[in-house]
Design a protein around this ligand. Structure first.
Ligand code: PFF
Length: 454
């Protein structure tokens, strides 16, 4: 890319915009839908401690690496590696990133579509008077049907594309600056309601009291895998966003703020969900159905449960939206910069293409459910390929690239904003990205794909 076209590039206009957009990407279904159920399955507090260690020791340095690469290159993820390395090898990270965007946004759009249906069900008070079997049937009838989930997924992709189409300042920054504070308000309201329930404190104990006998290899693997997914690492989302950062954005501080915001929201989601689950004696480790099946069972029993349910699913949908736009932006930036397509054309084309792969993920719950590879349906294959293969591999390559390939002076310049702020400790950072992050990720990756068994 020439200097002139770089200068014309769209970009974030404020520090708050940068945090809102990056935290908006990180905070998503992973925090509100996935975190509570994997914490539940892995024994609560003990899982939490390991997860926090991974966020600090591996998540943070990989996030800083993505920021360094993106801001230095000021290009889409594919172009970034082309411009920063002489060998073609590292461009594979860009290819994997675009591929991962397709996989993640496909199954993410399915679940996001479900959240729209559940906002409607909540508003129309459809959970009232139903027993547990009816609520389970309601979810399975809906999620295995054809027309409605497809239409809702399409609507969700349409809203995502609408925001991305408008660009960085007028689209992504503008909307995340409104949506993220709104999300915080909703979750605080949910927490206050949940904590005021009799018996709710048991839920808090479950979330915060560590039981170290529950720490198994699966718990460790899930914690590392999730720390990647939840921080949006490994596929170039943050490389792409950082390519729109101005030179006064402090990359270390921004990483810490984003990781902290993401963790706090995951905890606040757990605080909203577990007290409710415990106060009404439901099982905390029921898996992905936790928010669509277990929670609707109990809305009726909570004081103010009607409002609680509407705000809960609204929260889920908004969190999904601010993450989806970041994933779509990876593909749009790639297409518009690498093929010189207009932003409009690139957005419409990629949204359309992802809607088609997304339809496969949605239909794999119903009419396509017999199509299986290794006993997994299409939805699970997409999730598996992205979360267990592409994101960890991408994260490992990104940390190796910064640790071993990128010039030390570039790292220092980016982290210090060309000498205007102090770097906390370059030695620790280099140690983490050279050794600790890639080796830990490699172990988890090999276990995740079944090559080694811990
Ligand atoms: N971080 C998002 C979440 O926790 O829901 C999911 C996600 C977004 C993963 C963007 C990866 C990504 F590139």
């Amino acid at each position: 890319m020439t200097e002139i076209s770089k200068a014309k590039r769209d970009g974030f206009s404020s520090k708050f915009g940068v945090i809102a957009a990056a935290a908006g990407s990180a905070i998503g279904l992973g925090n509100i839908w996935k975190f509570p159920y994997i914490a539940g399955e892995n024994g609560g507090g003990a899982f939490l401690i390991i997860y926090l260690v991974f966020i600090v020791l591996i998540g943070l340095p990989v996030m800083m690496s993505e920021f360094i690469i993106g801001r230095k290159a000021q290009q889409n993820v594919f172009g970034a590696f082309r411009s920063l390395s002489k060998t073609g090898f590292w461009r594979i990270i860009g290819v994997m990133g675009v591929l991962a965007a397709f996989f993640i946004l496909s199954f993410y759009g399915t679940v996001a579509g479900w959240t729209i249906e559940y906002i409607y069900l909540a508003i129309s008070d459809s959970f009232a008077g139903k027993d547990a079997t009816e609520i389970t049937t309601m979810f399975s009838d809906f999620s295995t049907s054809t027309f409605k989930p497809l239409a809702l997924q399409l609507i969700f992709m349409g809203i995502t594309a609408f925001i991305v189409l408008r660009g960085i300042k007028k689209g992504i920054e503008k909307y995340t600056k409104i949506l993220m504070p709104l999300l915080l308000l909703i979750i605080i309201y949910l927490d206050i309601t949940a904590l005021s329930l009799d018996g709710g404190m048991d839920g808090l104990k479950f979330l915060f009291q560590p039981d170290f006998s529950k720490i198994t290899p699966k718990c460790i693997i899930d914690a590392l895998g999730h720390s990647f997914f939840t921080l949006s690492l490994g596929m170039g989302v943050l490389v792409t966003y950082a390519s729109y950062f101005k030179s006064d954005i402090n990359l270390t501080k921004t990483s810490i703020n984003v990781a902290a915001a993401d963790t706090i929201i995951a905890l606040l989601a757990g605080i909203a969900i577990f007290p409710v689950v415990f106060a009404f004696n439901t099982e905390p480790g029921v898996g992905p159905g936790l928010v669509f099946v277990s929670l609707p069972n109990i809305f009726e029993l909570i004081p103010g449960g009607y409002i609680f349910s509407i705000f809960f699913f609204l929260l889920l949908a908004l969190a999904a939206l601010t993450s989806s736009i970041s994933i779509l932006e990876v593909v749009v930036a790639y297409l518009s910069e690498e093929t010189k397509m207009s932003r409009k054309k690139a957005t419409l084309l990629s949204a359309l293409a992802i809607s088609i792969t997304g339809a496969l993920a949605t239909l794999s719950m119903g009419v396509l459910s017999d199509f299986k590879i290794f006993d997994k349906n299409i939805f699970d294959i997409f999730d598996y390929l992205a979360s267990n293969v592409l994101l960890p591999l991408g994260g490992m390559l990104i940390s190796l690239f910064v640790g071993w390939v990128l010039k030390r002076s570039i790292i220092e310049d980016e982290l210090s904003n060309y000498g205007t702020n102090k770097i906390v400790s370059i030695k620790i950072f280099i140690f983490l990205v050279r050794y600790l992050a890639p080796i830990s990720i490699l172990i988890v990756f090999l276990h995740g794909v079944g090559i080694i068994k811990l």
